[in-house]
Design a protein around this ligand. Structure first.
Ligand SMILES: [Fe+2]
Ligand SMILES: [Fe+2]
Length: 165
């Protein structure tokens, strides 16, 4: 895969920013929903893991004689944002944001799978295979948190309606 090999700098820079954005998203969940203890705990772990990924990618850039470079626009991310409806309750927003985050993680997982299969650089191919597994864990974690919050929300509204009787 010549194209992949030729654009290794671009791939690594884009990738580094994906990791940084994943960490920033996790922090914004903590700031936006501090009362959701399970969510906050999951996001604390995620921030640490995504920043460790960022560090690894940054190191790979340095090793190859590149610098981080500027962030480029990600059309997929912008379009995905527009897909979710505006308005709704704070809880609805949270569900949308969690699903959005899950989709971004799933895309990273798919991207890393392709890179792990196509890259001729064996060190990088192994690296991407490892990260593919991490990103798969992340997107399933977002779905699990989403399902958990939905369940607790349902239980809460059941309790509220039974105390009204
Ligand atoms: Fe990551
Ligand atoms: Fe991730």
């Amino acid at each position: 895969m010549d194209i992949v090999e030729k654009n290794i700098e671009e791939i690594l820079v884009d990738h580094a920013y994906c990791e940084q954005k994943a960490a920033s998203t996790a922090i914004s969940f903590i700031i936006g929903y501090p009362e959701k203890t399970e969510l906050v705990q999951a996001m604390i772990d995620l921030v640490a893991e995504e920043m460790s990924h960022f560090k690894m990618v940054h190191y790979l850039l340095i090793e190859r004689g590149f610098a981080l470079g500027r962030e480029r626009k990600d059309e997929y991310v912008n379009r995905l944002m527009q897909f979710f409806p505006k308005g709704g309750s704070r809880e609805d927003h949270l569900v949308h944001k969690l699903l959005y985050a899950a989709l971004i993680e799933a895309r990273s997982c798919e991207r890393f799978r392709l890179l792990s299969e196509k890259l001729e650089d064996k060190q990088l191919a192994r690296f991407y295979k490892k990260l593919m597994i991490s990103e798969a864990n992340h997107y399933t974690m977002f779905f699990t948190v989403c399902a958990y919050l939905r369940r607790t929300r349902k239980n809460r509204s059941k309790m509220e309606s039974s105390t009204r009787l």
